[in-house]
Design a protein around this ligand. Sequence first.
Ligand code: GCB
Length: 656
Amino acid sequence: MSLSFFSLVTGLYVLHFSIALILVNKEVPQTRGMLYPRESETREVRSLDGIWNFVRSDQANPTQGVRDEWYAKELSKSRPTIPMPVPASYNDITTDNLRDHVGTVWYDRKFFVPRSWAKDQRIWLRFGSVHYEAYVWINGQKVVKHEMGHLPFEAEVTDLLSYGAENRITVMCDNALIQTTVPQGRITEVPNDGGMTIVQSYTFDFFNYAGIHRSVHLYTTPRTFIEEVEVTTNLSKDATIGEVFYSVSVNGSAANEADNVLHIQANLYDKEGVLVANATSDGKLGGKLQVNQVKPWWPYLMHPEPGYLYQLEIKLLATNDELLDVYRLKVGVRTLSWNSQQFLINGKPVYFRGFGRHEDADIRGKGLDNALMVRDFNLLKWIGANAYRTSHYPYSEESMQFADEHGIMIIDECPSVDTENYSQELLGKHKSSLEQLIHRDRNHPSVVMWSIANEPRTGSVGADSYFELVANYTRSLDKTRPITAAIAVPNTQDKAGRSLDIISFNRYNAWYSNAGRLDMVTQNVIDEAVAWNKRYNKPIIMSEYGADTLEGLHMQPAYVWSEEFQTEVFSRHFKAFDELRKKGWFIGEFVWNFADFKTAQSYTRVGGNKKGVFTRARQPKAAAHLLRKRYFALGRDLDQCSFPEDLFTYIADLIS
Ligand code: GCB
């Protein structure tokens, strides 16, 4: 085994305390491939989801499984295993304290590879995400190592598989967070009743769920295949003609043969399956499709037909027009633009009304759950939201596709949260997290902004150059979307805002400041937003506000933690937002949080963070009904949407 394959675990959890004053802009590794696995006439996809076998390492001995080569045979030969669902966080599945385990855990399962797959093609193993660091073996042979949760990774396994036979996949997952992981944490050794123990701490306010969080797939490609597709779009001034620019990269031997000039046949179909544009590329494998009478992609409630998607079919052809590979993806045609006052979609100013959210649920933790995802989108639409921020890490690819379909705008956040102790190593990983995120999500029309951090310590030493480097790097990867960060330090101390395009700020008036004082919300919100705008002359979003609320607790007059209090806190913010909207540069309001979610144990959290407008079981609290009225009222005021019939409950016939 190479040393680099085991860098984190063999190095143990070294504590880094470097405060670098000089940060250098070094290259970071670039992601290749990783198109979402889709079947086509040239590709097959197989899921490896299901019940896997699971072993936790001894906390005091996280590297034992590596030294003893547990991957060389079935895990059950080394240790007793327990069943573990994939995808899911492992933390809340058992009845013992697996929840608080720190360090490595192991998974394995067997699977069959059909004999037909041995034909002239390539096989890829792809993980939607494993948190935090993953090491993967097939039949005892190392395949891939990946650091960073919430992001996909893959590797070719063609030569490692047995065809027409049983195979074994083994995964070691390490949840340890240190000062140079993204997000950061600390590992300490402290005394307990049994001697000494390892403790994981972190400053961010959500539980550090871990495990194989998203689906695991095997998929096939031809020997020479479409490895990358990048799409950008444009609209004519009168929004009647759309342009879809595509650029394709190919992997495989035929791509390198001088006498074989590969080309692309690109076909664009509308929702009814009618071909609306087609083009044949030159040898550069890129080109443009022109769509007359285009139906642009619009956000929910901004247009009667939101989330309109075309299907782009990419066919890779050899010189003799032999079909080598086919890949299809959905495309929304829209433009984004921004200036010092506004953010516009298809030339129309946008006012964001939405949420900060979490991928979080009882039992499955951060594991992909289609039922939950569909329920959440139903609630988003019920409440009239048009946007959310993927606080505080990238969400599942399936949810990004869903947002495209439903016209929900996404502020796409990388996993950097509470960023501090700026170091060269951290900078490299932070940039890499953005590179992986942009690579994964760049073709989604729903993604309208990149968020490069949540509540970074932007007042501290080094923040200035650190965030300049991170923002410039993000811009170098994608110039079509603006960059923001959700900032919580006072604007007088902030050193990052100058590097952003849009300023987002988080503040908890009447909660963390002046708890209970409903008379100290409206003016404070107005003053702070004005101060941010004055300092940077950029559009401003309030990206978090709210109050913890225990469902069923009622107190009149309003008292902290009651449903009445959350409702009142929201209402006082609405007043501020309406004042701010008149100023022209205030472009959005985001409640914290969509639903209650789990956190680390602390005396400030009763069963987790309760700032949800919905409970963890996705039922509305009283404030949800108020918020719904506001979001639809804004929709009607700004974009002439109609009201749902049940928005107002009948009280009395006031005409008679
Ligand atoms: C914040 C954080 C968020 C927390 C929230 C809270 O500012 O961005 O992650 O959950 O406050 O409720 O404390």
